[in-house]
Design a protein around this ligand. Sequence first.
Ligand code: ZN
Length: 185
Amino acid sequence: MPGADKTIYLSFDDGPHPEITPFVLETLRQFGAGASFFCIGKNVVQHPGIYRQILAEGHVVGNHSHHHLNGWKTGEEAYVQDVAQAAQQIATTLYRPPYGRITRGQAKQLQNRLGLHIVMWSVVSGDFDRGLSPAGCLTNGLKAGPGAIVVFHDSEKAFSRMRYALPRVLEHYGEKGFLFKPIHL
Ligand SMILES: [Zn+2]
């Protein structure tokens, strides 16, 4: 993110999840941190209370499609319809493509028809990677600099690594005087 002196933008993909998202919210609260949650539409349908809690705590939500589609394997119209379905659940101007895979045409359609801004990331924690240790995930998370957008996941697959790395990333940068803010575009 431009012009973001000593600010880091944490983001959490694939929720909301009934146990893992509350862990993230509690951890962020302990450090006075704001973040962005890129939610899957069908998970919002299943866990509307958790979704409302994210917003109630001052965080920002983004659209992460309804069925977590891979843009490279999905036709343009089907892709836009799936994101539009998620948009009925998630009030936002932010969109993050699952797997970071989206075609130029799909991105243009989302911008023109749904008014969405595509938000990627600059630092991958690798919390989703079952071959990575919790310490390795933390090492990745500590590669953030001013204006970095860091991606974690509030998902079962990522939890063992994320729950180790997240509080330590917050502590490390907090001690250095960094602020953690939600993305506003
Ligand atoms: Zn995802």
